[in-house]
Design a protein around this ligand. Structure first.
Ligand SMILES: Cc1ncc(COP(=O)(O)O)c(C=O)c1O
Length: 395
């Protein structure tokens, strides 16, 4: 990526499989735009917004996820909000992980019934909430229970305990909805995600993912039994009352899915890079928490100002572009780097990054970032903000 005219090693993009700048993807995106433009199809799916290619993509996604059917969503965030709204009425109880993504939390805001939260990945607490919900449903003599969690939690990189939660179906009656935004394409033997990885894909009633991560695109889908997907198809307000996914995105997503399915070497390269990065960080004494995915958090102590200086030093003096999370998202005094490896990273990228992290951490510990700004930002004022993802080197 070019940032202010300088080539950067970037760890902030969810381009897991390196498809963003893949030549076949670029060709398919361009061909889709040339063949159809952005206008088509004109209208919502149920009106005039359907096409054979939309249906083909849905069928291929369902087959990939070992589900009967799937439905396309224009965006992951908006889609999840609307799925929750569609599925649950006032008698239903939703049980969800405390660290759920904003799209789940915002979907819950539309829910007129009860919602019970369980402590992050805490199975005992999850079961406690299932007991509470079961009592309520029996008392009401109406409604059902929907448990919502994630395949991979995108900040800390730990997988949701899908297998264990699914096993509770032997004791409690509920349906399981999984947001696998970060597991799709990165986990499981075929890349079908966290359900496949944990051997419980059949127990996931609704498997949801966005195209914004491994597919490096826009759009999303949810897959499950035909009966449930049909119900969603004819009731989901964000799709019924909105123009459908434009043709170039459908064409481009078909190509991406073909590559995800047929090129396991991209996932292997991603994991090899992630392992090199994670073991390199651990060997250098960094705390990367308990990630069991490719998402690589790095935990440090420091103030907001120090974090800002450090991330700028890393960027301006080492050519490493990484994103940080600080107060008020996390408690004061803590810094989390969130590194996202990609199949497109090279060994050299990883080596440079590890060395840059060692250097800047030493400076952080020595208090060097407590002083005035390191790079002179005045130098950049008035310059064009040249920010382009995966800018081809020859352009
Ligand atoms: C867990 C999770 N769910 C949903 C989304 C939203 O997806 P989209 O970018 O397609 O709206 C994201 C993306 O940030 C995500 O990380």
């Amino acid at each position: 990526m070019m940032f202010r005219g300088k080539e950067m090693i970037v760890w902030s993009l969810n381009n897991y499989l390196g498809l963003a700048n893949h030549s076949e993807v670029r060709k398919a995106d361009a061909q889709g735009a040339a063949d159809y433009g952005l206008a088509y199809p004109m209208g919502a799916r149920m009106m005039s917004g359907n096409s054979n290619l939309h249906e083909q993509l849905e069928a291929e996604l369902a087959a990939f996820e070992a589900k009967e059917d799937s439905i396309l969503l224009n965006f992951g965030y908006q889609g999840m909000v609307s799925i929750i709204d569609t599925l649950c009425s006032r008698h239903d109880v939703i049980i969800y992980d405390a660290e759920s993504h904003a799209c789940i939390i915002d979907g819950l805001r539309l829910h007129p019934g009860h919602r019970y939260v369980f402590k992050h990945n805490d199975l005992d607490d999850c079961e406690k909430q299932l007991q509470r919900a079961t009592v309520l449903i029996e008392k009401q003599k109406a409604g059902g229970i929907l448990v919502i969690t994630e395949g991979v939690f995108g900040m800390a990189g730990d997988q949701g305990k899908l297998k264990e939660i699914a096993a509770m179906k032997s004791k409690y009656e509920f349906r399981l909805l999984v947001d696998d935004a970060h597991g799709f394409g990165t986990l499981g033997k075929t890349g079908a995600g966290a359900g496949e990885e944990q051997g419980c894909q059949n127990e996931i009633d609704l498997y949801f993912s966005t195209f914004a991560k491994s597919m490096a695109s826009i759009g999303a889908f949810v897959a499950g039994d035909k009966k449930i997907i049909d119900y969603i198809r004819y009731n989901i307000r964000s799709q019924i009352f909105a123009k459908s996914l434009p043709m170039p995105l459908v064409v481009g997503n078909l190509k991406r899915l073909e590559l995800v399915r047929n090129h396991p070497e991209y996932k292997e390269k991603l994991w090899s890079n992630a392992m090199k990065l994670q073991s390199g960080l651990k060997e250098r004494g960094f705390d990367i928490g308990n990630t069991d995915s490719v998402v690589t958090p790095v935990y440090m102590d420091g103030g907001v100002e120090e974090a800002t200086q450090m991330v700028m030093d890393l960027r301006e003096n080492y050519g490493v572009f990484a994103s940080i999370v600080v107060y008020p998202v996390i408690p004061k005094g803590h810094i989390i780097y969130r590194l996202i490896p990609s199949a497109a990273h090279t060994d050299e990228d990883i080596e440079i990054t590890l060395n840059a992290f060692s250097d800047t951490k030493k400076k952080l510990d020595a208090g060097a970032y407590k002083a005035e700004a390191i790079p002179d930002m005045a130098e950049y004022s008035g310059k064009r903000f040249d920010y382009m993802i995966d800018k081809p080197k020859n352009k």
